[in-house]
Ligand binder design. Structure first.
Ligand code: FAD
Length: 402
């Protein structure tokens, strides 16, 4: 039995903690919020998890909401007319090979914390900083930092070569809502609004049951960048509805009667997408290993962070189990991080690409998908495994041949 400390109980840290304990190890999970804080706090994400990452959750016994959560069977993609009229230029529905699912992290993380404790895991409620990491590093075989956007992640140096942007590329605004009218097919609806940003509408499961998340990604300084973190959910939703009416008018009637699911249903924020080095060094010289958003933080524009977190956690779990009694030295840590980074690198490339205005071959690719189901399905399936779609977005010749 080896002893692990995981700092941060989110979409990566919790599955890894549960996987390690199931593999027979001693695990301490350090979390800066109690389960009650999470349940009663603000929404954190839109967290749509696609088939591949869901299969990895299932292997660990973490696919717990199959009956309650809406089964998302496709991606409904639309492009608004570039003249700002609010009319639709074109759109299509691509089918997913396996259903995706979005379970509010306020539901998911507390349940995973409970499971971890039931399995005999130790939960320390603390805001871990450098002194705490030093303590964990001196009594654990390996310390993994999975603290997401938490300040402690700055221990890991920014990798400038892998981080093309040094400022936020989108202003994010989402509200969990009740009262929208469902489409016949349950899809994530993604609408590109040329020159302004994107609108995502995601069927999900929240603390009070099924809901739909309305989520704007706004170009900074543009017309959709109209939200303040101080806004309450009602005011935020009123603004979201007004912007949908103006820029995505064909969706307005469907969402006109939406109301926030609860007082904490709204989230406003922005952050620069940042890739960091996978290994951090404490003042004592001891190394710690970064995981998921702590070191691979993408803008949520193509909804990959939760998927990447699960894929990276699976790679770390397998690598740790395979290591047996070997040392968790910096060379092993770096190799493990690089394996995880190459697993999710296509999603980073894709996210960073979509943050820029789409080149003509991408607009043409999407327009052709609106008349060809096989191409529509291929684009949809790209959200599950971005490596299957990135070449078409990157290369005009491949896009033309698709
Ligand atoms: C607006 C928005 C929408 C999104 N939509 C999607 C989507 O549709 N699909 C998708 O796949 N991804 C989406 N994401 C991204 C996704 O939510 C994250 O990528 C994912 O949760 C990352 O998992 P993680 O474990 O790395 O970090 P997190 O899930 O953020 O977990 C980190 C945990 O560490 C804790 N913590 C932080 N600092 C400390 C500390 N010092 N000590 C102890 N604990 C600490 C935090 O409280 C938290 O519980 C979205 C993100 C945002 C912001």
């Amino acid at each position: 039995m080896r002893h692990f400390t995981i700092v941060g109980g989110g979409q990566a840290g919790l599955p890894l903690a549960i996987g390690l304990i199931k593999a027979g190890h001693k695990v301490r999970l350090v979390q800066n919020r109690t389960a009650a804080d999470l349940t009663n706090g603000k929404v954190l994400s839109s967290q749509c998890v696609f088939g591949t990452a869901r299969a990895e959750e299932r292997k660990l016994g973490l696919d717990l909401w199959d009956k309650e959560a809406p089964a998302i069977t496709g991606m409904r993609i639309a492009v608004a007319a570039p003249d700002g009229s609010g009319n639709k230029a074109f759109g299509f529905v691509g089918n997913l090979a396996a259903p995706a699912q979005s379970v509010d992290q306020r539901v998911k993380f507390p349940r995973f914390m409970e499971m971890f404790a039931e399995l005999g895991g130790e939960i320390e409620i603390a805001e871990a900083g450098i002194p705490e990491l030093e303590r964990y590093a001196s009594d654990s075989d390996l310390v993994i930092v999975a603290a997401g956007k938490g300040a402690v992640s700055q221990l890991f140096a920014r990798d400038a070569e892998r981080s093309p942007y040094d400022k936020p590329m989108r202003a994010l605004s989402l509200v969990y809502t009740k009262g929208t009218r469902p489409y016949d097919q349950t899809c994530v609806t993604a609408t590109l609004i040329p020159g302004a940003g994107e609108l995502f509408m995601i069927p999900a499961l929240t603390t009070s049951g099924p809901c739909e998340i309305l989520f704007f990604e706004a170009g900074p300084g543009g017309p959709l960048d109209a939200f303040e973190p101080s806004m309450d959910a009602e005011a935020q939703l009123a603004k979201i509805k007004a912007l949908i009416r103006q820029f995505v008018s064909w969706e307005y009637e469907r969402i006109a009667d939406a109301a926030p699911t609860d007082a904490n249903a709204g989230l406003v924020g922005r952050f620069p997408p940042t890739i960091r080095k996978g290994v951090g060094t404490l003042p004592s010289g001891k190394p710690v290993l970064g995981l998921a958003d702590a070191v691979i933080l993408n803008d949520p524009i193509v909804g990959q962070g939760s998927n990447n977190a699960m894929k990276a956690a699976t790679i770390y779990l397998d690598a740790i189990v395979q290591r047996g009694n070997g040392a968790f030295d910096p060379a092993w840590m770096n190799a493990t991080f690089e394996t995880a980074f190459s697993r999710v690198e296509a999603s980073t490339t894709w996210s960073n690409m979509i943050l820029m205005p789409p080149p003509p071959h991408v607009v043409d690719l999407l327009a052709r998908a609106s008349g060809r189901q096989a191409l529509a399905d291929k684009v949809a399936q790209g959200f599950d495994e971005p490596a299957t779609i990135v070449p078409l977005f990157a290369d005009p010749a491949l896009a033309a041949a698709a």
